[in-house]
Design a binder for this molecule. Structure first.
Ligand code: APR
Ligand code: ZN
Ligand code: ZN
Length: 365
């Protein structure tokens, strides 16, 4: 069949919107008609070459849609169901999956932007095109593994459902599944874009006492207050470490989150982490980046550093919980998605992200 998609042919070049061929789903695969796709910085990292990926590729990993057709052997899904897409499908059999870490599934790691059988379904004539995260939702239709489709129990507006495919589990999950933030503790969040706002929402959900939003843009900081931030720190004005310390009686925060993706912001997050505190790194820094950490301080002040990928969430069981939290009013995704675009406007959408427009943008099909 034909599908209109946005293709990255070359790093640093705009995405090319064109019609591609999409082959039928094979064993264990599903054809999804995409409903919405989020504008996430992780795609931007590939466009800028900060993260490597095989080219050409259809990007888009924060998506939701409707099952159009199921391939042979698919037993858990039927046409017409709404599904949230997981850009790390869990094979269920590798060491990581068996040990409960399907968010870093080894089988997916080994096959990356190919289907599990090592082939691709997207092509333009005889040029085959890769599928980011086996999702590739910057396309009207996607073929994805059954394990990468998480059905919703009750329908959710597609743009909100798409958020549950990346920024919601990545941000809320970093707080509740990874850092395990305790009620009454203090939290600082560096970077208040789509993912950082979800970290803030997660911290509010578990009743953190102070939730300090840190960003370089005043507009993002004002917006963060809507999601539960109690204080804001403008890192462009003055050293954010000193400002966070001032707000936490000189101690530093109990939990800090780096949600931009750079060595500098990681170092700042570490330095504003208090005694016995935990820094959780969510943002993806450019390949090769190294952050200098004070080797004495980490021991004497018993600090913990941890990374979290995809919020350490288990997509098949956690996405439905997050969807329920949205439906019961505990997660404010309605205010999160502030701009809607058509697929033809995708380069403009990423331009808006670069300009630092507030909140999340989404492509709607
Ligand atoms: N200090 C504080 N905040 C900063 C700084 C800085 N030095 N530089 C940029 N920011 C802010 C931006 O102003 C923006 O509000 O970080 C925020 C980043 O938000 P988005 O661009 O919306 O990115 P997002 O999609 O939230 O992703 C953040 O998480 O999953 C990863 O790959 C993703 O590395 C990326 C990170
Ligand atoms: Zn993402
Ligand atoms: Zn696995």
């Amino acid at each position: 069949m034909k599908t209109k998609a946005a293709v990255l042919y070359e790093v640093g070049q705009p995405l090319v919107i064109e019609e591609l061929e999409l082959d039928d789903p094979k064993d264990g695969e599903v054809l999804v008609k995409n409903g919405a796709a989020g504008i996430c910085r992780s795609d931007r990292h590939f466009m800028h070459g900060d993260a490597p990926i095989a080219l050409p590729v259809v990007l888009g990993h924060e998506g939701a849609g409707t099952v159009e057709k199921v391939g042979p052997g698919v037993t858990s899904l039927r046409p017409g169901q709404q599904v949230i897409l997981s850009f790390v499908p869990s094979c269920g059999r590798c060491k990581s999956c068996v040990e409960g870490h399907g968010n870093v599934c080894d089988s997916h790691g080994a096959t990356g932007p190919f289907m599990y059988d090592g082939t691709r379904r997207l092509h333009k004539g005889d040029q085959y095109i890769h599928h980011m995260g086996k999702v590739a939702c910057f396309s009207e239709y996607s073929v994805v593994p059954e394990a990468g489709c998480v059905p919703t129990a009750s329908p959710i507006p597609m743009d909100k459902a798409a958020m549950i495919g990346c920024c919601v589990p990545t941000g809320v999950g970093a707080v509740i599944y990874s850092a395990n933030v305790q009620p009454g503790s203090t939290v600082a969040v560096i970077g208040c874009g789509g993912v950082g706002l979800n970290v803030i929402m997660g911290a509010a959900l578990v009743n953190a006492s102070k939730i300090i939003a840190v960003d370089i843009r005043e507009s993002q900081l004002e917006f963060a207050m809507k999601f539960g931030a109690t204080h804001s720190v403008n890192a462009a004005d003055r050293d954010p470490v000193a400002q966070v310390k001032e707000l936490t009686d000189g101690r530093g925060a109990d939990y800090t989150f780096e949600v931009f993706g750079s060595a500098d912001t990681m170092k700042a997050a570490y330095d504003m982490t208090g005694k016995s505190g935990t820094m959780t790194v969510v943002g993806i820094a450019p390949v090769g980046a190294e952050a200098g950490i004070n080797a004495v301080d980490i021991v004497r002040n018993e600090k913990t550093i941890r990374g979290t990928y995809y919020g350490s969430a288990r997509s098949q069981t956690d996405f439905p919980k997050l969807a329920d939290m949205y439906l019961s009013g505990k997660l404010n995704l309605d205010d999160l998605v502030v701009r809607h675009y058509t697929l033809d406007q995708i380069n403009e959408a990423y331009g808006d992200m670069d300009k630092g427009e507030i909140g999340r943008g989404a492509i709607v099909y």
